[in-house]
Every structure is written in C-alpha cells, then in structure tokens.
Design a protein around this ligand. Structure first.
Ligand code: AMP
Ligand code: MG
Length: 327
C-alpha cells in the first residue's frame, strides 16, 4: 500500500496570486534521500530566495550531523566513543535532539529509542541478504540498546555512551527535527506563513493569507478513493507517517518492519502504518515511530502523555485489520 499525505491541489492554483503584500513561493530540493518542498508567503523575491537558501543550508548541515549513513558524521563519531568512558562535547543541534529523544523515550516507556542502532543495523543487513539474524546476533545487539545508557550533561553540552558497541540512530526523529529547524530559519527572516513537505511528512506554520489553516489531504494514494481518506485543516503542527511500505524483511511467510522493538531487538510484525499529528514536527516524527512499536493497546495509554496529539494507526493481527483513529 502506497501511502500519501498531500497538500490539497486547490492551494497550488494560488501560486501566482498576490495576497496583499505577500506572494506565494515554492522551492524544492532532495535532502536526506527525500524530496523536500518548501512553500511560503513572503513580501519580496530576494527575501524569499535568501530565506530558502538558508533554510536548505540548515537542512544540509543537520543531515551532516545526524546521518548515520555518513562516515564521519557527528553522530557516528559519537557512537564510536561508546564504552570508552569519555564525555564528548557535541554541537547544539545534536545535544538538543538527543535530549528531546531521551524525554520521548521515557514518556513512551522505551518504545522510541535512538540507541536502537545495533538492532537496526542487524535488520538492514538481514534485508540485504534476505537471511534472518541468529538469536546470538539479536542478543548481542540488544545488549547495546537502551536509552538509559545515554548520559547527558547540559552544563558541558556533552554526552557519554556507557555501553560498548552502541550505535545511535536518529532515523525515527531526524527528519522531523530538521524540518522544524528549517521553518525556524524562515521565521528568522520574518516568514511565518510556511509549509515544509519533507517527503510526505509535513510541518506547517501559520496558514496562507486569507486561510484559517493548511488543508492537508490524507489518503492511501492508491487508485480509486480511499474510504478512510480525509482532509484536515492544520496550523502550527507537524504530521508524520511511519509504515513498512516496501522496507521489510520476509522470513517464513512473516514480514518484519524496519522499525525495531527496542525490547526484543526484532522488527515489528503486525504494524501497517501510523500517522501522527502533533504540535511540532519533531514530536510527530518520533511519535509515529514510537506508537508503531507500542501498538494500539499500549499506544492508548502513551498518547495521554502527549497533549494535542492525534493518531491514526493500522495494524494486522493474524490477518485481522485493527484500526485506532483519533484524527
Ligand atoms: P520512521 O520512518 O520515522 O518511523 O523511522 C524509522 C527509522 O527509525 C528506522 O529506519 C530506524 O533508523 C529508526 N528506528 C527503528 N526502530 C526505532 C525505534 N524503536 N525507536 C527509534 N528509532 C527507530
Ligand atoms: Mg519517525
């Protein structure tokens, strides 16, 4: 199932319209392996272009810091010190995203955990080779997973990873965090009426001039209409979707997701997809991942700790489709 969240087409017909003093601008670029699209209203062309330049530059910088796919990224250099006992001074952004991650880990009872890297690596390798990891490999990975092994010292802006072989993985939160930071750059240029489409995950600022919100179309993207499709109007919010659309490992007829349960070290088996709307993009991204792990039953308790958050989760258990929707 291909899942798609899009901004209503009708909005784009306004692309050349001038609203009072502001005009609509759109800039697109590939970032972090996804197409990113920035839409906003600004007073003049040169300001608009300058703001886009700095917003995309911020995204590039954050990608260099947070990507575990890049050798030498700050996050990988930090992971390499795990078990050494060293306190490592890190950049503002890395400290910030790790502090937010830890808070979300606590509030999701560990369903969200950026130390899940060793298990994620195991699953990535298993997917490439189409072989199931051995129990020994899974047990070894699990030993190095646990958000409590990440120690943070705010005064020195430094981090200590207390277990050997840890590997931090910001894949579940980094996109939302970076997108949120890009909109902040726009605000520094005085641009508040903005939207960032980060490859299907959206961050929305103040609505377009004359509108009460950004109209977001949520549907399955398949042919025909999705009976569950809907349009919601959002302001100052983030919306993110997690789901095993094509990245999964199939073993003895069972599909395992690229999202891993930190407690078992194994990819999720029953999850289909989770969409979360939250007051900011960072939280939406992290919670879409966390609630996928928690599932419907546990998720209902967890969501109470996150005011202003809505969820639409689908999972299948022994062939039966179950849905939880508060959107
Ligand atoms: P998302 O598409 O936002 O749900 O992110 C999925 C990615 O987050 C995976 O590809 C991993 O890099 C990472 N990840 C997997 N499981 C977890 C987890 N339980 N908590 C945090 N990040 C995870
Ligand atoms: Mg996520």
């Amino acid at each position: 199932m291909l899942f798609k969240i899009s901004i209503l087409f009708a909005l784009f017909y306004c692309s050349t319209t001038v609203f009072g003093q502001s005009k609509r601008y759109e800039f697109a670029k590939g970032v972090m392996g996804s197409p990113f699209r920035l839409v906003y209203y600004a007073a003049d062309d040169s300001l608009a272009a300058k703001a886009a330049h700095f917003a995309f530059a911020r995204l590039d910088t954050l990608n260099e810091i947070m990507s575990d796919y890049r050798d030498g990224s700050e996050i990988n250099r930090l992971s390499a010190t795990s078990g050494s006992g060293a306190w490592v001074r890190v950049s503002d952004a890395l400290f910030d995203v790790l502090a937010i991650s830890k808070k979300i880990s606590r509030r999701t009872n560990g369903a969200f955990d950026v130390t899940v890297g060793p298990a994620v690596q195991l699953w990535r390798r298993a997917m490439r080779r189409s072989t199931f990891p051995t129990e020994i490999e899974i047990a070894a990975a699990r030993k190095a997973v646990g958000y409590r092994f990440v120690k943070l010292c705010r005064r020195n802006q430094s981090v200590r990873l207390t277990r050997p072989n840890m590997r931090l993985d910001l894949g579940g939160i980094g996109k939302g965090y970076a997108a949120e930071a890009a909109l902040k750059v726009l605000r520094e240029f005085g641009i508040a009426s903005s939207l960032l489409d980060a490859g299907g995950d959206l961050i929305l600022g103040v609505p377009p001039p004359g509108k009460s919100g950004w109209d977001v179309d949520i549907n399955s993207g398949g042919p025909g209409t999705d009976s569950l499709a809907m349009i919601i109007s959002l302001t100052n919010a983030g919306i993110a979707t997690s789901g095993a659309t094509y990245r999964y490992l199939e073993h003895e007829g069972v599909k395992y997701s690229h999202i891993v349960d930190p407690k078992t070290g194994v990819g999720l088996r029953f999850h289909v997809r989770t969409t979360v709307v939250a007051p900011d993009g960072t939280l939406a991204d992290a919670l879409a991942t966390a609630l996928s792990v928690a599932g419907i039953q546990k998720g209902k308790k967890i969501i109470r700790r996150f005011p202003g958050t809505k969820v639409w989760l689908i999972e299948t258990n022994s062939g039966k489709v179950q849905e939880w929707k508060t959107l």
